[in-house]
Design a protein around this ligand. Structure first.
Ligand code: SAM
Ligand code: DTB
Ligand code: SF4
Length: 330
């Protein structure tokens, strides 16, 4: 069984280990529960972009940001299915659909559920991130065939209020428990490099590792500083503008050790990361990435760069057909 009783000090002590010791321990855990050279490929699509009523300080899609991202309508189901087919063709295992909503409107649910059902039918794993959900909405998504729901806690409970004021940390946890209760797997992580302290990174991972069940997927994003967002503008030109590479790898390693069976996703921010840093992240236990040229609104490494990196490192895309070791070992 996974440990869900990690104390703050235990997590802090992992972060404090000499770097090589931390990496070695993380790599041992990684090998125990996962095929160490296999990396899951996920593709993102923004199915409803911009104009979001929330004020997340990092996000280009908040109506309060002056990022130049225009508010669009919910995409048509057919257009979403074409994008999913292209992602499958490109070797993706999971298709993640994101909407810039505080929460879905009831009138949008039939269309959103049709997207889930259609993507699922193609043999892809389905993931959505639509903001806060009611119990009924979580159940409707589960019935449509939703495999994963992404809903990040983003940072420590203490730092959360510094970056978002329109909803609380508690609101996030409530949606996560509704998702669990509906039988959908949880994808939950956060962002590093928002000006938070080491203590916040410890607190962030401690919350994830002490949830009643660990999230099946843990995305670790490095802040993409977007001009016109609160954080993009605040951090521009400061020494905090980009998270220190070694500290980022430490965060990945501690996530791997504390949540051994979870998929740890090297998420946003990869475009500006060196190959060497990404290689360290894979060694530290990251085993999932977003592929393609675009995340939701920001750029991503792109498939040419990723193929070259996989070749250099001897990594192979995880096959959807193969059951995850984490499931076998559970
Ligand atoms: N509106 C939904 C929500 O907030 O749950 C879904 C979309 S939201 C864009 C998904 C996640 O992307 C956020 O929780 C955040 O962790 C991450 N994210 C957004 N903008 C980012 C940025 N500029 N850099 C890094 N991660 C970012
Ligand atoms: C997550 O943790 N990272 C993804 C996904 N969940 C939805 C989103 C990253 C967004 C990066 C900024 C952008 O594209 O606007
Ligand atoms: Fe809206 Fe999600 Fe962006 Fe926050 S992160 S502003 S909820 S789209």
């Amino acid at each position: 069984m996974n440990r869900t009783d990690w104390t703050y000090n235990e997590v802090a002590e992992l972060f404090d280990l000499p770097f090589s010791e931390l990496l070695f321990r993380a790599a041992v855990v990684h090998r125990r529960y996962h095929a160490p050279n296999e990396v899951q490929l996920c593709t993102l699509l923004s199915v409803k972009t911009g104009g979001c009523p929330e004020d997340c300080g990092y996000c280009s899609q908040s109506a309060t940001a002056e990022s130049g991202v225009k508010a669009g309508k919910l995409m048509d189901v057919d257009a979403v299915l074409s994008a999913a087919a292209a992602a499958k063709e490109a070797g993706s295992q999971r298709f993640c659909m994101g909407a810039a909503w505080r929460s879905p409107k009831e009138r949008d649910m039939p269309k959103v559920c049709a997207m889930v059902a259609g993507v699922k039918e193609m043999g892809l794993e389905t993931c959505m991130t639509l903001g806060m959900l009611t119990e009924g909405q979580a159940q409707a998504l589960a019935a449509a065939g939703l495999d994963y729901y992404n809903h990040n806690i983003d940072s420590s409970p203490e730092y959360y209020g510094e970056i978002i004021t329109t909803r609380t940390f508690e609101d996030r946890l409530e949606t996560l428990s509704r998702v669990r209760a509906a039988g959908i797997s949880v994808c939950c992580g956060g962002i590093v490099g928002m000006g938070e302290s080491r203590a916040d990174r410890v607190g962030f991972l401690q919350v994830l590792a002490t949830l009643p069940r660990h999230p099946e997927s843990v995305p670790i994003n490095a802040l993409v500083p977007i001009p016109g967002t609160v954080l993009g503008d605040l951090l521009a030109g400061t020494p905090m503008a980009q998270i220190d590479d070694i500290e980022f790898v430490r965060t990945v390693a501690v996530a791997r050790i504390t949540m051994p069976r979870s998929m740890v996703r090297l998420s946003a921010g990869r475009e500006s990361m060196s190959e060497a840093t990404q290689a360290l992240c894979f060694l530290a236990g990251a085993n999932s990435i977003f592929t393609g040229d675009k995340l939701l609104t920001a750029g991503n490494a792109g498939s040419d760069a990723d193929s070259a990196l996989f070749n250099k490192l001897g990594l192979i895309p995880m096959s959807a057909a193969e059951p995850m070791r984490s499931e076998k070992a559970a």
